[in-house]
Design a protein around this ligand. Structure first.
Ligand SMILES: C[S@@+](CC[C@H](N)C(=O)[O-])C[C@H]1O[C@@H](n2cnc3c(N)ncnc32)[C@H](O)[C@@H]1O
Length: 211
């Protein structure tokens, strides 16, 4: 029998939109999984985040922008904004067990990202003021999320946030948030797809204009 081959870093990490993402077989992710088991599906990077990264690759983010990623999970979307665009980013999530994964990825990508544990409904106007861009990938998957998320979009627009972008594969609760945002704010809905890091298709709800 030959010697066991050492695992190359390539088999334990991948790259997308300039951001390094550790796979679930990476030793540091495996170590975190033993200690922190996220409760509300924040246990991986979800594809809708890649749809928003691809959109932002084209639209851009103005220098010095303040970005809030809500339902951030591992925070790769926020990390992308910090790494590619130099944005000042905060990640917000109801589940504090996601934050060790976020901070590990921030470290690996050599950026910093602040965090706040809060539910959508607990983000007050004062938390939102000063933010230019609010983002969220795969954050509307239960019926009970429709009201809190729609109201958060309303508070964000009233607090002066320039643009809110939420992406989803197209689940019914997300559709309802879109209907409400289109009615109240004339929001746009765009079908979007990416080929890498894996083929994904979904929808972007875009409220407001470029930050
Ligand atoms: C499907 S994961 C998506 C994570 C990340 N946005 C991504 O694309 O990889 C949904 C995330 O939303 C968070 N979440 C669920 N309900 C929430 C709420 N009411 N307020 C804030 N965050 C919430 C979960 O803890 C989880 O991290």
């Amino acid at each position: 029998m030959g010697k066991k081959k050492a695992k190359s870093s390539k088999s334990t990490e991948r790259s997308a939109f300039g951001v390094t993402i550790l796979k679930s077989n990476h030793s540091r992710i495996r170590a975190l999984k033993k200690e922190h088991e996220p409760d509300i599906h924040g246990d991986k990077v979800w594809n809708s985040s890649f749809l928003i990264m691809d959109y932002l690759d084209r639209q851009g983010i103005q220098e010095g922008s303040k970005v809030m990623e809500v339902g951030c999970g591992w925070g790769l979307l926020g990390i992308y904004c910090a790494k590619k665009w130099g944005a000042d980013v905060i990640g917000v999530d109801a589940d504090n067990k996601v934050f060790p994964y976020l901070h590990l990825h921030a470290e690996v990508n050599e950026v910093t990202m602040r965090t706040r544990m809060a539910r959508f409904e607990n983000l007050k106007k004062s938390h939102l003021e000063g933010t230019n861009l609010m983002l969220g990938g795969d954050i509307c998957f239960w019926d009970e999320m429709v009201d809190p998320l729609s109201k958060l979009v309303n508070r964000a627009m009233k607090a002066g946030i320039d643009q809110v972008i939420i992406a989803d594969p197209g689940r019914p609760p997300f559709d309802e948030v879109c209907v409400r945002a289109q009615k109240k704010w004339g929001a746009e809905l765009k079908q979007w797809e990416v080929e890498t890091p894996s083929r994904a298709r979904g929808w972007l709800l875009i409220v407001g204009g470029q930050a």
